[in-house]
Design a protein around this ligand. Structure first.
Ligand code: NDP
Length: 604
């Protein structure tokens, strides 16, 4: 492509200058430690995992047997339970570390917590339950309540084991049963086990020197301490009126909670390493009249439409029309313009890059238009391609920096907080004395799967999953591994993804329900993939991943690209997902189900 191509016409910026700026901002943030810059939350840090919401209840160990054990009571577990119940499965046990259903919405109760995927697409089973979401974007209390509504509707509280962490599971070939052990001394048995533990379930802390020397109060955003701050999900943090508070991190969580901290804290310091892209939220109450017009099947149709929009598939109409669909509409239009009549992937990619520059210029202009202090505004501008980091949408974050009690501490050269002392934090050589430090530093992503689960299944012949996956995850369709019969994974593994995770989870729950039904129908005891089928699937993913990996490689570090080390594997599992996305993946599975031989599976 050259300068006279339509995509370069009438540009009010220099693409090459932006490319260089992005590269420079990325390079200065690269850290040789990659993922190892974070501290595992254990030992002296273990208290950061304590449940501040529900008191522990004692119970006798369980040694009984169920048909299906579901590990995790978030939307994955709820959807698995719901779809199995619909198929007539009665004997189900949900096992969960928290004190209730909800998963990420059980733990994440920080003020302002909200789902930035449209509620009509995100909240599962609203049609089945006849529930009308209150707003276009639901706040956490509504989502948490909805998860309990699902559990009640499908009778999933019955037999559930809360406040219980799985510590191990072992397959017995003779009985074709799994024995699941837990931190409650349980040794329960199950024919089928479905793991739905979520992609972001273990809070992480930065390994800032002196982190354990601070004498004030600290907590992680996923265990919000309302006893200390006062108030609840909706705000009212009145106990902070006389407190100097520091929040570390400016990811999606901080973007939502900072406005509340700014409103109540005597003094708030926001420690930023990399700015987020913060776009318009524009939330609004559900139009009841519109909702009444929706026809049966509407949620599925809307979810598919959203998914097609965000994976660049052709659609007749953008039903959701929000920040997410705008990002992908813009990129797809840029790609089409670049590729032109004489289609070329390379020109298309350049077209998408220019469209991305334009979009991010708009995001940066929004900062200038909102933040009155020009120095702070400059520092709040993100310099990377939009999908390098999780885009955020919020109307209150940027204006918070116009408050006199709020200060942005942009850590010099993207290096982060230098040190934590007894009294506060040091950044850019300056000590900030505070009463409380809040870690909005996210969750483990690139660490090993069994570390994040807290258990390492032992399959046929005593082989451990960690050994089987020694050189990386190996599954068929992301659902199961050779030598681990009747053990299903849900969530982001080697399957088709979507930014609307509940959509993916529902499709997965339905596929697993179908598979379990087939084992029963064929009067077999178990199913597992063959080693060959597993190998072929992994190879297929590898071939498809090349373009995605090179995009992420050039990105500023973050959990999407294994903190800048994506080329060496890791990251949000991106090189390991089925990059054509959830729609294509489902089509592939539908076709696979048509073959009654269930290719790639052994049934015994
Ligand atoms: P993130 O991992 O996105 O953010 C962590 C933040 O901590 C980053 O800003 C990071 O900076 C910063 N940080 C880490 N170490 C240091 C350090 N040493 N000094 C200073 N800053 C540091 O975590 P979140 O909890 O914000 O979000 C996690 C994910 O949860 C989101 O990406 C999203 O997928 C999900 N989420 C979804 C929501 C929704 O609406 N659906 C809402 C909230 C979260 P840097 O960027 O430089 O690494």
């Amino acid at each position: 492509m050259n300068d006279v191509s339509p995509i370069h016409k009438d540009l009010d910026f220099d693409p090459e200058a932006l490319r260089q700026k992005y590269q420079a901002e990325r390079d200065k943030r690269l850290r040789p430690e990659g993922n190892d810059q974070y501290v595992e939350v254990k030992g002296k840090f273990a208290h950061y995992l304590d449940d501040p919401y529900v008191k522990r209840e004692e119970r006798a160990p369980l040694t009984d047997q169920v048909d299906v054990a579901i590990i995790g009571a978030g939307f994955g577990g709820l959807l698995a339970g719901a779809r199995l119940r619909e198929a007539g499965v009665k004997d189900i046990r949900v096992i969960e570390a928290g004190g209730d259903f909800g998963g990420t919405w059980y733990w994440n109760r920080y003020p302002g917590a909200q789902c930035d995927i449209e509620s009509y697409c995100y909240l599962p089973l609203v049609e089945e339950l006849g529930y009308m979401p209150k707003e276009k974007y639901s706040f956490a209390p509504e989502i948490y309540e909805h998860s309990q509504r699902i559990a009640k509707h499908y009778n999933l509280y019955e037999n559930a084991a809360f406040q219980t962490r799985v510590t191990g599971m072992t397959w017995d070939d003779k009985t074709a049963l799994w024995t699941i052990t837990t931190d409650r001394g349980d040794a329960m048995k199950a024919r089928f086990v479905i793991s739905c533990t979520g992609p972001l379930n273990r809070p992480k802390l930065p390994s800032i020197p002196g982190i354990d020397t601070f004498k004030g109060h600290t907590f992680h955003t996923s265990r919000w301490d309302y006893e200390y701050t006062g108030g609840n999900h909706q705000g009212g943090l009145t106990k902070l009126r006389d407190k100097r508070v520091a929040i570390i991190g400016t990811g999606a969580t901080a973007i939502q909670s900072v406005p509340f901290l700014g409103e109540y804290a005597k003094q708030l310091y926001v420690f930023q390493r990399t700015p987020s892209s913060v776009d318009l939220r524009g939330n609004k109450p559900t139009d009841v009249d519109w909702f009444k017009t929706l026809k049966p099947g509407w949620q599925r149709e809307r979810r598919l439409n959203f998914n097609n929009m965000v994976t660049g598939q052709p659609v007749e109409e953008d039903m959701v029309q929000d920040g997410w669909t705008e990002i992908f509409r813009t990129l797809a239009a840029g790609f089409a313009l670049g590729a032109g009549e004489k289609f070329s992937m390379e020109d298309g990619a350049l077209g998408a890059e220019i469209a991305d520059f334009k979009k991010m210029n708009q995001v940066r202009r929004r900062v200038d238009d909102t933040v009155k202090n020009p120095e702070a505004a400059e520092k709040l501008k993100p310099w990377y391609r939009q999908m390098c980091k999780r885009p955020t949408f919020n109307d209150d974050f940027l204006p918070t920096f116009n408050r006199p009690n709020v200060e942005l501490v942009d850590t010099s050269e993207g290096k982060g907080v230098e040190r934590i002392t007894e009294k506060g934090l040091i950044a850019n050589g300056v000590e900030y004395e505070v009463d409380c430090i809040i870690f909005a530093t996210g969750f483990e992503v690139g660490t090993s799967w069994w570390r994040r689960q807290g258990y390492d299944p032992v399959g046929k012949g005593g082989v451990k999953l960690s050994e089987h996956w020694g050189e990386g995850m190996k599954t068929l369709h992301g659902f199961f591994s050779h030598n681990f019969p009747n053990y299903f994974l849900m969530g982001m593994s080697q399957n088709g993804g979507s930014v609307n995770l509940t959509h993916v989870l529902d499709d997965q729950a339905q596929h697993i329900t179908w598979l379990i039904g087939e084992v029963e129908k064929r009067q077999k005891r178990y199913l597992e993939p063959t080693a060959e089928a597993e190998h072929e699937w992994v190879e297929e993913l590898r071939k498809l991943a090349v373009m995605n990996t090179s995009f992420l490689e050039a990105c500023t570090p973050g959990y999407y690209n294994a903190e800048g080390k994506i080329g060496q594997g890791g990251g949000m599992g991106f090189p390991q997902t089925y990059t054509p996305g959830a729609g294509a993946f489902n089509a592939l599975l539908a076709k696979w189900r048509e073959n009654t031989d269930m290719p790639g599976l052994t049934l015994g």
